[in-house]
Design a protein around this ligand. Structure first.
Ligand code: ZN
Length: 84
């Protein structure tokens, strides 16, 4: 497995909602872009034979989805750092 190390750091990085904030209803339609990207990745892995195979690891599609998700996460952090 090539770059397993570089991509496999903390898989769950979704920021927890601050305590006391209104709870988003469970279900679809209220996900942030970041959560949508993550759920796309998870859904892919659940339905993908290659991703289900522990020895095979992630397929190219999963790598792409994971990268897209991490990119969104980085961007969100960047925006928070800028006070957006
Ligand atoms: Zn896959």
């Amino acid at each position: 497995m090539a770059d397993e190390r570089s991509v496999d750091v903390d898989e769950r990085k979704d920021p927890e909602p601050p305590a006391g904030s209104r709870r988003a209803p469970v279900g679809v339609g209220k996900l942030t872009p970041l959560q949508q990207a993550y759920s796309r990745y998870v859904n892919h892995r659940l339905g993908c034979d290659t991703c289900q195979d522990v020895d095979a690891g992630r397929c190219a599609a999963a790598e792409g989805l994971l990268r897209a998700w991490k990119l969104l996460g980085d961007r969100a952090c960047e925006q928070m750092r800028r006070g957006a």
